[in-house]
Ligand binder design. Structure first.
Ligand code: F6P
Length: 345
């Protein structure tokens, strides 16, 4: 039996559960006997630098619960210009890979889709704390981020209450409000601002004032980094664009806190959770989902099914064409947003 070499890479922002996927791929491959697993380091950049590392069963010990990625990651776009594309393809032929498992979000899987179109065998695994990937009901990492943000909101409640303050908590999520909505519901936020549904500053201030009038002299506002006020723009922490053309979001919390304090006269503070939401150990849910994805991706390879991403539909792991995934984000469920709104104020 000839040995087939499989490349594994993790691309984009890191995310709790990446190591669980890598472990599942390597462990499942052992069941099939004729695979050699090769880690491609720092996402697609590993194909430009020829930076790879053999992945053995021994290396998988003790990584299930570890955050980050043992392979490293980057936001590298192999298709950013002809020279980059040529260099990557030269490495691909040198490595003699039978297939690649690309673990990533919209950008990493966008490259995977293009490589598929160019005749390479690729299987995608959906990763992002933002939960905004099309083609799947859930990405791993999201549950952990929500857990962290919810704990933060719980903690902000007690200090807000002690000081009669408004506390604004800015969470990640890029152009979608999944983290803000889930954490906002779980953490009992008095208003949740998401990119999908811009709201007026006056409406937020009214909610806060009404609470004060009822004798509840503190409020918790959960705001997604990509949220904007009605008629306003997204707030950027940097205009510099990455290789996929993304600017860096951040700062809406600060803007909002200032305006709330000005309009209501109530003492207001802001907390930006930032990369704390991406770091550290994955929840049990994310470990299980990541493990199921890893096993399913290796099963797809063994069954010669390529150009697909493993995905969650209901409670089942399925495969969807990579073509369905690339381009555009999955916005929040309008029904969920309506549920969240019931508890505002
Ligand atoms: O996509 C994941 C994410 O954490 C977003 O929520 C956030 O906007 C972005 O990555 C931050 O990117 P970086 O790690 O480059 O600061």
């Amino acid at each position: 039996m000839t040995t087939k070499r499989i490349g594994i890479l993790t691309g984009g922002g890191d995310c709790p559960g990446l190591n669980a996927v890598i472990r599942a791929l390597v462990r499942r491959a052992i069941d099939f006997e004729n695979y050699e697993m090769l880690g491609i380091r720092y996402g697609w950049r590993g194909l430009l630098d020829g930076d790879t590392i053999p992945l053995t069963r021994d290396m998988m010990r003790g990584i299930l619960h570890r955050g980050g990625t043992i392979l490293g990651t980057s936001r590298t776009n192999l298709y950013k210009d002809a020279t980059t594309e040529k260099k990557a393809k030269a490495t691909l032929s040198k490595l003699g890979l039978h297939a690649i498992v690309a673990i990533g979000g919209e950008d990493t899987l966008g490259v995977a889709k293009r490589l598929t179109d160019d005749g390479y065998r690729i299987v995608g695994v959906p990763k992002t704390i933002d939960n905004d990937l099309k083609g799947t009901d859930a990405t791993f990492g999201f549950d952990t981020a929500v857990q962290i943000a919810t704990e933060a909101l719980d903690r902000l409640h007690t200090t807000a209450e002690s000081h009669d303050r408004v506390l604004v908590c800015e969470v990640m999520g890029r152009h979608s409000g999944w983290i803000a909505t889930y954490a906002g519901i779980a953490g009992g936020a008095d208003a949740i601002l998401v990119p999908e549904y811009p709201i007026n500053l006056d409406d937020i201030c009214d909610i806060i004032r009404r609470r004060h009038d009822m004798g509840i002299r503190f409020s918790i506002i959960c705001v997604a980094e990509g949220a904007k006020l009605k008629g306003g723009d997204e707030v950027l922490s940097s205009e510099r664009r990455d290789e996929f053309g993304h600017v860096t979001l951040g700062g809406i919390g600060e803007v909002l806190a200032k305006q709330i304090e000005q309009k209501t006269g109530y003492s207001t503070r802001v907390t930006v959770l930032g990369h704390i939401q991406r770091g550290g150990t994955p929840t049990a849910y994310d470990r299980v989902l990541a493990t199921r994805y890893g096993v399913a991706a290796m099963n797809a390879i063994h069954a010669n099914r390529f150009g697909v991403m493993v995905a969650l539909k209901g409670n089942d792991i399925v495969e969807v064409p990579l073509a369905q995934v690339a381009g555009g984000t999955r916005t929040i469920d309008p029904e969920l947003y309506q549920v969240a709104k019931i508890f505002w104020g």
